[in-house]
Design a protein. Structure first.
Length: 93
């Protein structure tokens, strides 16, 4: 099943409540603001992602994940940007 990283930017002056709603809706679709991996010492760790970046898996194609995310973001605010990428590998430091 493909993994995806998604960035959603609510444009203008979004409120804390709007971002909280976005986070809840994204989590409901299986896209979280954390990613599980291994730190540079080889220890299992959960990493926090940058603000409004989500990570998760879906059986849907990238375009379908984008379409779903656009609907989610549009239910929160009318002015937004969405960026979706399929992830094969990742690293953090």
């Amino acid at each position: 099943m493909p993994n995806y990283a998604i960035r959603v930017e609510l444009r203008g002056n979004p409120t804390w409540e709007e971002y909280e709603k976005l986070h809840q809706l994204m989590a409901g679709g299986g896209f979280l603001q954390t990613i599980k991996g291994v730190d540079m010492n080889g220890n299992a760790k959960t990493f926090n992602l940058p603000h409004a970046v989500y990570y998760g898996s879906s059986t849907a194609a990238c375009g379908a994940v984008r379409d779903w995310t656009v609907k989610v973001a549009g239910s929160v605010q009318a002015d937004f940007l969405v960026f979706v990428v399929e992830v094969l590998n990742w690293a953090t430091g």
